[in-house]
Design a protein. Structure first.
Length: 520
């Protein structure tokens, strides 16, 4: 093992990482490692940094251990399969070419340059990756690597710790044994014969199912990691054991666990291994954006329509949620919950007022009264306005000069609890009177805010976890008429609204519908 340089000498040497570009790669030409016609010249992005790294290493080859080469290829394959960064795909192809052609000098230089690029990308991803992972692409170039990054790479080279420095750049999702196992299982499935299961209409337990098609169905279920060993062979029907396996399959994909094979279940059954790999890779890279800590945090994953509240590494509360519909997406935010509002009133946003509520007045003049809305002059002047003789048919909703406020009660769109998260987008969590929506598989119905199924339990858990008295919740509900009250939490709780359509849990990959088409 090489001995790392003393820190004071290394800091001096690091300044040389940024020599004039005209001198780049000259040493490698003189050493006959490469010639000026080699394609590697077009691929290298960090020639100055390469010169210094190899000079510090006395011009010895760096990538001579299989473990470090395998780890580099593994992480590049994940980015490649995500289809987000063509430059990584191109580099991976050329690295494989140089390696199999035994062109070790070109391979070594390109591998080291790729290491710098990859770790530079990993540093930049949490800061700039939101656009890359939600509809765009990883850029071809990045800012110059930091001195700290180059110092770490230099230390790794000098101490034969390339695997360790590569692991530091790995995404949180990919940095688990469960992910690695699922990843290589899907890679192996790509070589298996392609099979599809088709069925017209709905397939239910007890229906006839030909043995050949039944075998295909069992094989597809087993490919996502579900144990099918106890399912009886050589039957001609959809039996109870198979129905249980289908329900487990549906659970992994966020579908209603009814055992009925319809269009949604059928679509996931026939999802090819290559597409599942892409989803897993994409979400592995996407996980660079999301927090890893579970000390005190509220997570809302939009595609899974699920909320989790964690404290001290323990999940204290979980609930289904309703999120924004496609035309009014719930934004992905990092915000903080600072208070509960009991029996909230609802100041109707202008967009919802003119697009959703006022048009209903043309067909139902009693809509406002029936739903406990009050018309006020403005948000700064809460004087009530009598609009009993207002010309609803003759006036455009966009010309309506007043504002709407819905009073506390069971009809209030916010329900009985609002979980306040101050932010410029006015996005918050709240209760809802429309509880039937939680029975749906795809729960994208709101105008952007997040509706919590078990809001009362959530409120109780929040107060209990902060050592606060929960009796005031019961008293607030018992008041008549209802009075709006605000309860400030003792400490703010970070709320992260994320977008994860694949993750690994209990050794199995979970998949979710791409509700906002960010995976495309």
């Amino acid at each position: 093992m090489r001995v790392a340089w003393p820190l004071h000498l290394l800091c001096i040497t690091l300044l040389v990482f940024y020599v004039p570009k005209a001198l780049a790669l000259d040493s490698f030409y003189r050493l006959n490692w490469i010639d000026k016609e080699s394609h590697v010249n077009q691929l290298i992005q960090y020639p100055q940094q390469l010169e210094t790294l190899y000079e510090n290493n006395q011009y010895q080859l760096i990538w001579y251990e299989n473990n470090s080469v395998d780890q580099l290829f593994y992480q590049l394959q994940i980015v490649d399969k995500s289809r987000l960064g063509q430059q990584f795909t191109t580099r991976l192809n050329w690295l494989e070419h140089y390696l199999t052609s035994n062109r070790q000098f070109e391979f070594d230089l390109l591998a080291t340059d790729t290491l710098i690029l990859y770790l530079n990308y990993a540093e930049e991803a949490p800061l700039s990756g939101r656009d890359w992972y939600l509809g765009a692409f990883i850029p071809y170039t990045f800012p110059e690597p930091s001195y700290e990054l180059m110092y770490n790479i230099n230390q790794a080279v000098m101490s034969d710790q390339l695997v360790s420095v590569l692991m530091q750049g790995q995404s949180p999702l990919a940095n688990t044994i469960e992910f690695e196992s699922a990843w290589f299982e899907l890679l192996e499935q790509q070589s298996l014969p392609e099979i599809n299961f088709s069925h017209k209409g709905l397939l239910r337990m007890g229906d006839t199912l030909e043995p050949e098609r039944r075998d295909v169905l069992i094989e597809l279920i087993s490919r996502v990691g579900i144990d099918t060993s106890l399912i009886s062979p050589n039957l001609s029907r959809y039996d109870r054991e198979l129905n249980t396996a289908v329900k487990r399959f549906q659970k992994l994909h966020g579908l209603k666990q009814d055992g009925i094979i319809g269009p949604n279940t059928l679509s996931w059954l026939n999802k090819k291994p290559e597409e599942r790999l892409r989803l897993l890779a994409l979400n592995a890279e996407r996980s660079r954006l999301w927090p890893v800590q579970r000390d005190k945090i509220i997570l809302v994953n939009v595609p899974s329509f699920q909320l989790e509240y964690w404290q001290g590494g323990e999940e204290l509360f979980a609930s289904k949620v309703v999120v924004g519909r496609k035309s009014r997406k719930t934004p992905l935010l990092n915000i903080s919950l600072d208070s509960l509002v009991l029996n909230p009133s609802w100041n109707v946003p202008w967009k919802i007022m003119v697009k959703d509520i006022l048009p209903k007045m043309k067909y139902n003049q009693g809509y406002l009264n029936n739903n406990n809305f009050k018309v006020i002059k403005s948000w700064s002047d809460r004087t009530t306005v009598d609009v009993s003789e207002f010309d609803w048919n003759g006036t455009s909703p966009y010309s309506f000069p007043y504002r709407l406020q819905q009073q506390p009660g069971n009809k209030n769109a916010l329900g009985l609890y609002k979980f306040n998260t101050p932010n410029a987008r006015a996005i918050y969590l709240h209760d809802t009177p429309s509880r039937h929506l939680f029975n749906e598989d795809v729960r994208a119905f709101s105008s952007g805010c997040i509706r919590v199924q078990y809001a009362e339990n959530f409120a109780t858990t929040l107060l209990e976890s902060q050592g606060m008295n929960v009796n005031r919740l019961t008293k607030a509900r018992a008041q008549s008429p209802l009075v709006t009250q605000s309860v400030r939490l003792r400490s703010r709780i970070p709320v992260h609204i994320i977008y994860q359509t694949a993750w690994v849990e209990a050794g199995l990959v979970n998949y979710r519908h791409d509700v906002y088409n960010y995976d495309g």
